[in-house]
Structure formats: C-alpha cells, structure tokens
Design a protein around this ligand. Structure first.
Ligand code: PXP
Length: 242
C-alpha cells in the first residue's frame, strides 16, 4: 500500500506565528527522503495553513507525486490547471470546520462536478473524489468521470479511538463494500482521514483493495514528539555553548 504524507499541519504551526518556520516545503522534501510515495496538501479557500507559494514550491521541488486536495471552486480549478499537481482530490470545504468533516456529496453536485472533472482531466490531472463510504457516492463519482475515489475513514477512526470496536468493525465493512464496488466500476481506490499509528491496522487488513492511504495529522503530531528531544538539545548546545 502506498503512503501519501499530508504536510498541512507543518504549515498550521508556521501560520500560528505568520513566520517562516517550520516550512512545509522542507517537510515535503524530508517526507520524500524518508520514502513517502506522495505528498498531499490542501490549499484551503481561507489559506489557514498551506499558502499558494508552498504549493508552487512543492510542485517545483518534489519529485514524487503531488496530490492537491481542493474544494471544487473556479478559483481552485484555475490554480490546479496552472500548477499542475499529479492529482486533484475534490473535497468539501466549510470555513467554520476544524478539518474536512465529511465526504463530498458527489450525488447532489454531479452536474457541476462533471464539468470540473472534465476540465482537470483535460489539463492532464488525475481526479479523485473524497467520499463517505456510501455506494451511491461511488456510482455518482463514476458518472461524474472521476478516475478514483478516496474513502473517508474519519468515522472509522473516531469509533476506534473511542474504543467502540464493534462500531469500527461495521464501518470497516462499509469501507470494504465501497472499495469493492469502486474497483468493479473501474475506479482506483484510496483512503484517509483520522488514521493514526494505532487505528491504521484495521484499514491495512483490506490489503490490496485500497491502493493508497493519505495520512497527515498523526504523522506531523508524532514528528513533534519524536523530534523534540533533539530540538531542545540543539538549543541547549547553542545557549550553553556560548
Ligand atoms: N485525505 C483527505 C481528503 C483529507 O482532507 C485529509 C485531511 O486534510 C487527509 C486525507 C488526512 O487526514 P489526517 O490529517 O486526519 O490524517
């Protein structure tokens, strides 16, 4: 299974101070060096974390595939067609949300999404729909011309994290059913959202059915923990060394 590393929250920390560090561009290069299969990033309408310049630099410098998560808006389509990520993942976006809360309602928006998918694909960009694990959303994604679906694993993750393992198992079955159907419909199948070092195992049991996972928050959160000792020691060396 491939791993796409979502680097948004490196930019979240930077934007907390509107400064230059930590750089998501540098983070993307480190993730690439560490063996990640893809860099995933979300340019939000409110630019709360990733900025346009980050996207441009990542496109220029990163050699593994770049997956741009984006709302299906004219502004974002124009940016995608100019910057040319390898893939555009269409996601719903609400200003007040903390993170992408649910999947895109492809069924309800099929008309406008079909036109957007066509524009992106004509620009040479693979198009994936971020959907809840519902078969009707898989069918609508196929009808809209998408190449792939990314199945939202957030509900599974929340159930698992709250130790509702029966509920998590039921949600895994919904994900499996959708993944199977998507494959039958000729779509590629990815998954992500809310996955951690602990709950990812349930998804891994699906084996090859899912080609790729996109994981962000847990990896960035753990990089702070794994890296803190070294960062403190380095500052101590400077402070005490002088
Ligand atoms: N996939 C999609 C489509 C997302 O919107 C996100 C969050 O930006 C992720 C994966 C990664 O989710 P998390 O940060 O919870 O790992």
């Amino acid at each position: 299974m491939r791993l796409g590393v979502n680097i948004d929250h490196i930019a979240t920390v930077r934007q907390a101070r509107r400064t230059f560090e930590p750089s998501p561009v540098f983070g993307a290069l480190i993730a690439q060096q560490a063996g990640a299969d893809q860099i995933t990033l979300h340019l939000r309408e409110d630019r709360r974390h990733i900025q346009d310049r980050d996207l441009e630099l990542i496109r220029e410098l990163v050699k593994i595939p770049v997956n741009l998560e984006m709302a299906p808006t004219t502004e974002m389509v124009e940016i995608a067609l100019r910057v040319k990520p390898d893939r555009a993942t269409l996601v719903p976006e609400r200003r007040e949300e903390i993170t992408t809360e649910g999947g895109l309602d492809v069924k309800a928006l099929k008309g406008e999404l079909t036109a957007i998918v066509e524009r992106l694909k004509t620009g040479g960009i693979e198009v994936s729909m971020f959907i809840d694990p519902e078969v009707e959303q898989v069918i609508a994604s196929r009808d809209a011309g998408a190449d792939a679906v990314e199945i939202h694993t957030g509900t599974y993750a929340e159930l698992w994290n709250s130790h509702d393992f029966k509920g998590a198992q039921r949600e895994l079955e919904r994900i499996r059913t959708c993944a199977l159907r998507a494959r039958e419909e000729g779509l590629r199948v990815y998954a992500g959202h809310g996955l951690t070092y602990h709950n990812v195992h349930g998804i891994l049991q699906m084996g090859d059915l899912i080609e790729e996972l996109n994981i962000g928050h847990s990896i960035i959160a753990n990089s702070v923990i794994f890296g803190l000792e070294r960062a403190v020691k380095e500052m101590l060396r400077i402070v005490r060394g002088g």
